[in-house]
Ligand binder design. Sequence first.
Ligand SMILES: Cc1ncc(COP(=O)(O)O)c(C=O)c1O
Length: 383
Amino acid sequence: MTDNRIPVARPPLAVDDLEALRPAFESGWITMGPAVQEFEAAVARVAGAEAVATTSATSAMHLALLAWGIGPGDEVIVPAYTFVASAHAVAQTGATPVFCDVDPRTMNIDASVAAAAVTTRTRAIMAVHLFGTPAPIDALRQVCSTHDLWLLEDAACALGSSLHDTPCGALGDAAAFSFHPRKVITTGEGGMLTSGDADLLVRARAQRNHGAGMSAFDRHQLGIGVYPSFDLLGFNYRLTDLQARLGLAQMARLDAILAERRRQAARYAETLGGIEGLVLPSLPAGAVSCWQSFAVQIRGRSRTAVQDHLAAAGISAVESCQLVPALGYYATRSGYVAGTFPAAEALARDALSIPLFVGLAESDQERVVVGLREAMTAVAVAA
Ligand SMILES: Cc1ncc(COP(=O)(O)O)c(C=O)c1O
């Protein structure tokens, strides 16, 4: 049976990437060895800052917040419309995520609302580059310097994105990338912390590895046969060499991956314009996106009905993100009251991600365009 359904995403893996694992098998270094260091260097070149590999973007953000001494009694401002992990990274330190509304056009944090949310307990602002769209860094920087706050980029979705020629990853005081399969490149699971802050990097390197001041690989290289002293509380946030080798194989074709994603996004922008009720994603001035996700907004119609119509045509389309303060864990803790975050609430109701991935055939993209046009006509406008 052939399945001609179009998925919303596919990881950019090539069968040849299997071969990239061979040196790990041959050398016996399968975790935190030379490939992790090479992968860190490869991501650092793209992100424009030094890099520390971790198990996920969430663990990378956790390490950055801990390095800044953020914990119980502190607040970190987080956009209300994002993936839950942005808030979880804050909550994991014992600090409180304070939610803030977003700009309905860019879907990213609204810097003026963030400024109004600052209290004496605020320690940091999280700039989420949602779907690869750079957050309004200049305005957020201004708020951070006025109130002496850290600026953390949640760049989970933003490998290869940039703002005014500075890459996401080098726009804040630290940044976190994700290599989950829905991201621009994937290691299955995995993440990377980037920063220009030498102290933060030293702490993060130790804390990702149970608090060890030196990795087993470095001890091996130096012929040191005793354990290091464990001066910090740590975690097992280590990326394996197997994952790093997969990541390196994709990093070698990152330019082609990004070009393909941008070509597909441009094609959607050309062919989906002017459809009543369909709002296309928009980038701020000076922004370049990696288009981790192409999130349209369905206005005046039921998003579910549009999804159902697409599904009947064999096209997957998924809710783009969520209203985090209203989610189970946060609903009571955040004291959420409906109507508090009008833009985020509208996006949670309306935003829909349509297929965009390396390997999406032009004819399939055309099917998506036709399917979405038909769905917008077929689904009744809400009274
Ligand atoms: C905006 C955002 N932040 C954080 C994360 C978490 O990334 P990870 O699963 O690597 O921790 C994701 C993943 O989907 C995300 O989209």
